[in-house]
Design a binder for this molecule. Structure first.
Ligand SMILES: [Zn+2]
Length: 308
């Protein structure tokens, strides 16, 4: 055993993707973007050790996905990390305006009175649940990662009767119960995001709203990185992080949801983009951020779905 002390042991099952998860197109519509290492790649991915998976894009709906999908044998291999290792420190300070923009946006879409039933899928340490509670919602949460769940109940004092230590795939919740369901930074981690949307629609009342925030597949920075690799003849891609934190298996476009809404019974009530971080020097940010805002090529896509 001693020889393995300096190694991380992780077992994966690799699933070949035969159909686009969101629109259902077959592999003739898949475009290969390049390989993705299981670590940060920098300028010279070709000089780095590691294992890679291919990154593909659906030409019909713009969904970017890992193909094959590397699914850890144990969920805890990816999400059993202590929250302090997964998130940066500032994550743990609940800013007074946290999620307030989303609540204002939501109020334009539904009449949310006192006691409106809400569900936070992937509640994390419970920050969003706290804010929804403060705004009069009767809020429930799902959080399958044990360290995050323990922190939500222990430090954030979330009522254990309102947060369940379970995944969306395994949760057993009443049908037509919630008026609002939120997926903040969740769908990109799941093996089957369209399946999760379908399941949550069952728990939602008619005309209820689902809020989704996901990485955008139109993010300018990834496109520039891919171009930069391509010019130098490297077959790598900067999209996704299938086998290292933050473990993103998917990036979405608004067309992914438009196509998916034709299969499931919902419509798109509204959407928008957050510019977010660029990881570029300040002087470049000065020019690039307004450009990203203007061209809808920011980091995050926000979509509001309405159950028909
Ligand atoms: Zn597609």
């Amino acid at each position: 055993m001693k020889a393995w002390e300096n190694h991380t042991r992780r077992k994966y099952i690799f699933y070949e993707v035969k159909k686009c998860n969101m629109c259902g197109s077959n592999s003739s519509n898949f475009q290969l973007l390049g390989k993705r290492l299981n670590r940060s790649q920098g300028f010279y991915p070709n000089k780095m050790s590691g294992i890679t998976v291919s990154v593909c894009k659906c030409k019909k709906c713009g969904l970017i996905f890992s193909n094959p999908l590397p699914i850890p044998e144990s969920f805890m291999d990816h999400y059993g990390l202590p929250p302090g290792e997964y998130w940066q420190e500032e994550y743990f300070d609940v800013q007074p305006d946290y999620f307030s923009g989303e609540i204002d946006w939501l109020k334009q879409l539904i009449n949310s009175g006192h006691g409106t039933k809400a569900l936070d899928v992937g509640a994390g340490i419970g920050k969003c649940m706290r804010v929804l509670e403060r705004n009069g919602f009767d809020v429930y949460g799902l959080e399958p990662s044990e360290p995050f769940y323990n922190m939500a109940v222990g430090q954030m004092k979330i009522d254990p009767g309102h947060i369940y230590p379970t995944s969306i795939e395994e949760a057993d919740l009443p049908e037509n119960f919630f008026s609002f369901i939120t997926f903040g930074a969740v769908l990109e981690h799941l093996n089957d995001p369209a399946g999760a949307i379908e399941r949550s629609l069952q728990w939602l009342k008619k005309d209820g709203i689902i809020h989704i925030e996901v990485p955008s597949s139109r993010w300018l920075i990834s496109r520039l990185i891919n171009r930069f690799y391509k010019i130098r003849g490297l077959d790598y891609s900067g999209n996704l992080s299938p086998m290292h934190p933050p473990f993103h298996l998917y990036e979405f476009s608004i067309e992914s949801f438009e196509e998916n809404s034709k299969k499931l019974n919902y419509s798109i009530a509204d959407y928008g983009y957050y510019v977010g971080k660029t990881y570029m020097p300040g002087i470049i940010d000065f020019f690039i951020k307004p450009y990203m805002k203007w061209t809808n090529s920011g980091m995050q896509l926000v979509v509001w779905l309405k159950k028909n």
